[in-house]
Design a protein around this ligand. Structure first.
Ligand SMILES: Cc1ncc(COP(=O)(O)O)c(C=O)c1O
Ligand SMILES: N[C@@H](CCOP(=O)(O)O)C(=O)O
Length: 546
């Protein structure tokens, strides 16, 4: 496949390779006339004219306009939801909310800040960055205001709030113009009550839930972060900023690349993805290919790809889309806010997250912590990060009592998307776990595949990474750390359909040194009634009433 794929490859033309211009220019303006993509969501003269026309026509003829404000009039036929949002946003704008980059874990009064319009991934000292919101501005409103506002936006088509990410826009990218947002209405994912798994296999756990972040546009939680990152790139590339960003690039174990490619394709922005050759599933490989990305299948592991993309993005005007870029985490943190919302703003006891490059565990921390600080809720859940034993640098670090961190060479694992030995967000993960009295667990290949397959037996179709999180849950229940009645959320990070090869191997009993306890291979039967009856009698022994 890799060689077939190589014929798809093409490099960006050299004329696109303009140097970045870092700037503090902070655009608060609304949609512009100079978009490089006139065919795409372009606020052209005619849109401005239409806006003006619509504003006039909606005030004219409504002599008692204020009495009717609570009634939403249908948007005019010639206007789409994006245009409607721009018209509305001219009145409301960012309402004084703002955010900037600061060094990760910097003191409140740090002088080192960067505009989100800067292209910057590292602090002056080479450390990680974080997006810091103006909490004083947000605190002007009580927690109940934010709860009601977010609840009022769920499940609507109003641009951009129909997205589970952008329904929390004020907590994400408060200043972005709705016209620059690239959203596929991601988020709002199912919080699945794992009734049978909890009851039959975890000692009667009545309050066990699976947050299905993988039932999403590209089949993983990465969509939540990518809508934010690609929206910001769209803003930078379009007027008035007009930054010469030739494309967006990432290293990936399969899910980041799928999300990046889809969002870039939707926004007509070139995507470049570096994939470790022969280490990702076929379904994941075909996603960026189908979306028209430039796909480089590289003869190294994920950590090698990550080193290369960092070098390349330092050299070329290609914007980095990995979670080293803290913008991504602003979108991913909304999954935590969504969980709170789905429980009517009650805080669960435990949240278990599979970890690889370790951005997501911090994103969950950040979402919960922001809601606590702004008094949407009154406490924090305890976080568990679950790793595959074959790729467990965080687990080893935790077991050493957070002594020196040592990267590892990650071995092959069925949880291929977390086959990462040198996670870029190690500091963020340690911070999140320490702040929540968190725990790190690991799962062997057999444990993760059994846990995934057992969950499937109860009606799920989990991915192996969710299997890692479920295996951690089994262990913590066995040890009595998680109690029978604890409200527990397992974060499912990808769709099982992306990982059918591993399920086929398991159910075919084809995996060396693995018992495959829950394997359920199909039965081959001759095409005659007697043979079929024999199989059914044997299978349903005693349950046929014969
Ligand atoms: C399916 C899946 N689960 C879990 C993870 C781990 O997320 P993170 O890298 O943010 O720790 C990833 C990516 O790394 C993933 O693709
Ligand atoms: N699992 C990830 C690995 C890269 O993680 P990122 O969050 O830093 O982009 C993937 O799917 O590529």
């Amino acid at each position: 496949m890799a060689s077939a794929v190589s014929s798809f490859l093409s490099s960006p033309s050299s004329s696109d390779r303009l140097p970045f211009r870092n700037s503090n220019h902070n655009n608060r303006g609304i949609a512009t006339l100079s978009s490089p993509f006139p065919h795409l969501w372009n606020p052209t003269d005619s849109l401005l004219l239409r806006r003006a026309r619509i504003c006039c026509s909606s005030t004219a003829g409504s002599s008692n306009g204020s009495n009717q404000q609570h009634l939403k009039t249908r948007r005019p036929a010639e206007e789409n939801i994006r245009e409607e949002a721009c018209r509305r946003d001219e009145a409301t704008g960012s309402r004084g909310f703002s955010a900037c980059y600061v060094p990760f874990d910097a003191p409140a009064d740090t002088a080192e800040t960067y505009s989100l319009d800067d292209v910057v991934y590292r602090s002056r000292s080479g450390g990680l960055l974080d997006v810091r919101h103006d909490m004083t501005a947000l605190k002007r409103f009580p927690g109940s205001y934010w709860r009601d506002l977010f609840d009022s936006r769920v499940g609507r088509t109003t641009w951009p709030y129909g997205s589970g990410v952008w329904s929390k826009k004020e907590f994400v990218l408060p200043e972005i113009d709705p016209d620059h947002i690239v959203s596929l209405f991601e988020g709002n994912s199912n919080l699945f009550w794992a009734e049978r798994l909890g009851r039959d296999h975890l000692g009667g756990m009545p309050d066990l839930w699976v947050k299905h972040c993988g039932i999403s546009h590209t089949g993983s939680f990465k969509d939540l972060g990518m809508t934010v990152l690609v929206s910001q790139v769209n803003r930078l590339r379009r007027g008035p900023l007009n930054r010469p960003i030739a494309g967006v690039g990432c290293a990936s174990t399969g899910d980041t690349s799928a999300a990046l490619s889809a969002y870039c394709a939707a926004a007509c922005i070139p995507a470049i993805v570096f994939l470790p050759a022969d280490r990702i599933s076929l379904a994941q490989l075909v996603q960026p290919i189908a979306n028209g990305a430039t796909v480089l299948s590289i003869d190294t592991d994920f950590d090698g790809c990550m080193r290369l993309i960092r070098e390349v993005t330092a050299e070329l005007p290609i914007y980095l889309a990995n979670s080293l870029n803290s913008l991504r985490l602003e979108g991913q943190k909304t999954a935590a806010i969504e969980i709170l919302q789905q429980f009517d703003w009650e805080v669960p006891d435990w949240v278990i997250v599979p970890g690889g490059n370790l951005g997501n565990i911090y994103a969950f921390y950040k979402g919960f912590e922001m809601c606590r600080e702004l008094e949407l809720v009154d406490r924090m859940p305890r976080l568990v990060c679950a790793q595959a034993a074959n790729a467990n640098p965080l687990y080893l670090h935790y077991k050493s009592g957070w002594a020196d961190f040592n990267p590892v060479i990650a071995a092959d694992t069925f949880a291929s998307a977390i086959q990462i030995g040198d996670p870029v967000s190690i500091d963020r993960a340690v911070f999140a776990l320490k702040a929540t009295d968190g725990i790190v667990e690991e799962a062997t290949e057999e444990e993760l595949m059994d846990a995934m397959s057992l969950a499937d037996r109860t009606g799920m179709f989990a991915c192996p990474h969710t299997g890692v999180a479920l295996a951690a849950l089994f262990k913590l229940r066995e040890r009595g750390v998680i109690g029978t009645n604890d409200r527990t959320i397992v974060v499912s990070t990808a769709h099982g359909l992306k990982f059918t090869q591993s399920k086929v191997a398991y159910h075919s009993n084809e995996i060396a040194n693995m018992v495959c306890r829950y394997a359920n291979p199909p039965v081959s039967v001759k095409a005659n009634f007697g043979a079929v009856m024999d199989v059914l009698k044997k299978k349903l022994d005693g349950k046929l009433g014969l």
